[in-house]
Design a protein around this ligand. Structure first.
Ligand code: ADP
Ligand code: MG
Length: 701
């Protein structure tokens, strides 16, 4: 049987039912159906006696007899109640539907096996709508030890596609197709990695013969799923390296050297030097660089980016850096402009607020090559922006940029099909397991060291009722010449409410910190970019001591004199946001503080978040906790990657399997990069068929 045939080929599946299964569960082919894995299993290997039942035992199987039946009238219709007893006690069976028919079919004082969910009422157990079978019949049948429970939807159950129906369809399918299920690993590979045969795995995932076989089947299928994702990513990386040509930055020239020797305001950390070396190596090979630079907030990614831009310029290319917000683009522009003040390099800023005349000048400068560095927001992506020779594109805080946007950058100045080198910088630490599955095809550099002299930010949790004490502390800090952020949450769904919260907060702070002694800036999402910049500027120039803001200041903003970050309603923030916000302080030499204000009632997740923030400042640890709390689907960038549409594996829970699978894939590719050897033929075949259907294969960057 060809498993790519539609499921109407299965006995008992009509066209109407096939359409329903497609619209509800996305099942089109027989193969899709074989890979619809049960959510859980009903374990019918165990029997309970009535005195063993617990409030928390959910689904149970019991042998006993019905000792009495009564019909109870209720508001709408009637309810049927049967007393059910075994040697240890009694309980009730209850029916709300089909009362009449069921009443006639029940046999009193005859042994039954019943199965179902328990409810408790005043200390007595009852089972609504139990599955029942006479013990005499039960004994005559071969019993399936464990029964699969399939994913379902309301529509499916309404159209009477019950779990039993699903089970029957899959049973039929297995009978028709068992011999057509193809193995994707050789026997040697399976033996070496202790993997069950594919056929056995599929059979046991649907109808497990025992707990042990179920576990083996699950392991095999998870391993297979993760292995082929890793193989795809690793092959893609190999292909990128060998096929996608890149410019060669041969010279470390005058611009780089002059800057490095005369204008660099500090010594680079060892981590920065190491990353620079990694990038130099990439840009010297003749293949395009696709590198992800991870570094915790404040680790000094910008200067690394700048040095690589100088390298590009030394070799006759232009460079660009793209930031997610105007504030950030501005800040990069001002910072870089200042650093390059004594050089001959031309730098311009392009954002949504750039005036038409300026814009035209910029376009011209880019096209004739007189403009070396362009800094901006996504305005850079507009088609009109074309470079003479773009050699390097840096994307700061990449998680705000979609895949499509990144690929746009590629086309900015392809000279004979050669794309610019791409460096993606992010302060959002990506847990290792996730990085492996999402960015397995990118090279990753990590700055794992903060510049010297930084003191860890002291983080505390305070309840709202302590606000006055917090204000006193802020006054002390301001007295010492420090500056303070007060941040309010911003949640897209109710902008109006957030705005009100912010304004109420702003007013109470104005009351507490009166002018002229105190000056206060405010920045929020509904302001014009120019007004935001004006307020940011005032804060940066120390004209204001307090910055009241929504999370617009979250990413990248750098005001070293600011030493206190107060986060209002911090229980409403996600962990990565809290970490980003805290990263706005602790950038100067002074001791800095982060104060997390919350209400008294906290959900258990919120408690974990706050506790994590108080206990650690390690971005990677925080990211791991975040991943556990939120699951991979909600972490940056993963939705669009498609990599995480996993059918059975879970990148968090199954990370040991993921490591194994990745190691296996690396070993095979090291030995046989083109999968040309006879023993790898099966893998090549599987890979080729995946590449035809899978989204990851298209260019990620
Ligand atoms: P991020 O990695 O969060 O983007 P930045 O690049 O904004 O961090 O750097 C944070 C601050 O640290 C800046 O003020 C920068 O000038 C400073 N800095 C960067 N590298 C060093 C270093 N090696 N020594 C001292 N200060 C540094
Ligand atoms: Mg930065």
């Amino acid at each position: 049987m060809n498993l790519n045939q539609p499921i109407t080929y299965i006995k008992g599946v009509s066209v109407a039912r096939a359409e329903l299964l497609y619209s509800e569960l996305g099942i089109r082919t027989c193969n899709d159906f074989l890979h619809l894995f049960p959510n859980r299993y009903i374990d019918k290997t165990q029997f309970y006696t009535i005195n063993q039942l617990q409030q928390n035992s959910s689904e149970v199987q019991i042998v006993g007899k019905i000792t009495g039946i009564k019909t109870v009238q209720q508001k709408r219709g009637s309810r049927l109640v049967a007393t059910f007893a075994d040697a240890t006690g009694t309980m009730e069976l209850v029916w709300f539907k089909g009362v009449k028919w069921i009443k006639d079919s029940l046999k009193v004082n005859t042994p039954y096996v019943i199965y179902g969910k328990l409810n408790w009422f005043k200390g007595t157990a009852n089972m609504p709508h139990p599955e029942m079978e006479l013990v005499s019949e039960y004994k005559s049948k071969i019993q399936m030890a464990m029964q699969p429970v399939y994913p379902s939807t309301e529509k499916l159950s309404n159209k009477s596609v019950s779990n039993k129906v699903m089970r029957t369809m899959i049973q039929n399918l297995l009978q028709q197709s068992f011999d057509s299920i193809e193995e994707t690993f050789t026997t040697d590979f399976r033996t070496e990695n202790q993997l069950l045969h594919k056929k056995e795995s599929i059979l046991n995932i649907h109808f497990p013969k025992s707990q042990e076989l179920l576990a083996k089947a699950q392991y095999r299928l998870k391993f297979e799923e993760l292995f082929y994702i890793q193989l795809q990513l690793l092959v893609k990386k190999l292909i990128n390296k060998s096929r996608i040509k890149g410019y060669v930055f041969e010279n470390v020239g005058e611009q780089f050297n002059t800057f490095y020797n005369n204008h660099l305001p500090f010594d680079l950390t060892n981590a920065q030097k190491r990353v620079l070396k990694e990038i130099r190596k990439d840009t010297g090979t003749g293949a395009q660089m696709n590198r992800l630079l991870q570094g915790d907030v404040g680790s000094g990614k910008t200067i690394v980016g700048l040095l690589v831009m100088l390298l590009a310029i030394d070799n006759g290319y232009q460079a660009t850096i793209m930031a997610p917000t105007e504030i950030l683009a501005n800040q990069h522009y001002n910072g870089i402009k200042e650093l390059l003040a004594n050089t001959t390099i031309n730098v311009e800023l392009l954002t949504g607020s750039t005036k038409t005349k300026k814009r035209r000048e910029i376009h011209e400068g880019l096209e004739n090559g007189s403009l070396h560095i362009l800094i901006g927001t996504h305005a850079i992506l507009e088609d009109k922006v074309q470079f003479k020779k773009l050699g390097l594109a840096i994307i700061d805080e990449q998680h705000r940029f979609g895949v499509a946007q990144r690929s746009k950058l590629w086309k900015k100045s392809e000279i004979e099909g050669v794309p610019p080198h791409v460096l993606v910088m992010t302060a959002t630490p990506i847990p290792r397991t996730l990085a492996m599955s999402v960015y397995g095809d990118l090279d990753v550099s990590v700055i794992d060291e903060l510049p010297p002299g930084r003191k860890a930010v002291k983080t505390v949790h305070r309840y709202d009722s302590h606000r006055l004490g917090v204000f006193r502390f802020l006054k002390d800090e301001i007295e010492k010449g420090r500056q303070v952020y007060v941040v309010y949450p911003l949640i897209q769904e109710s902008q109006a409410m957030d705005y009100k919260d912010l304004m109420d907060g702003y007013e109470s702070i104005v009351r507490e910190f009166p002018s002229p002694k105190y000056q206060i800036s405010i920045v929020h999402g509904q302001m014009k970019p120019a007004d935001k910049d004006y307020e940011m500027e005032r804060f940066l120039r120390k004209e204001t001591q307090i910055m009241v803001a929504t999370t617009v200041i979250e990413v990248g903003v750098n005001v070293p004199n600011a030493s206190v970050m107060v986060i209002e309603s911090s229980e409403r923030f996600g962990l990565s946001q809290l970490h980003q916000l805290r990263g706005r302080v602790g950038r100067g030499a002074e001791q800095s503080y982060c104060i997390l204000l919350t209400g008294v009632k906290l959900s258990s997740d919120a408690k974990t978040r706050i506790k994590t923030m108080v206990e650690t400042s390690d971005g990677f640890k925080i990211a791991e906790v975040d991943l556990k709390l939120r699951g991979p689907g909600n972490i940056m960038g993963t939705q669009q990657s498609g990599v995480l549409n996993l059918k059975i594996a879970d990148v968090v829970k199954d990370s040991p399997i993921l490591y194994n699978a990745r190691q296996c894939a690396i070993k095979i590719l090291n030995d046989d990069p083109g999968l040309k050897k006879e023993e790898n033929a099966l893998m090549l075949k599987r890979l080729t068929s995946l590449q035809r259907t899978s989204g990851i294969w298209s260019n990620i960057s």
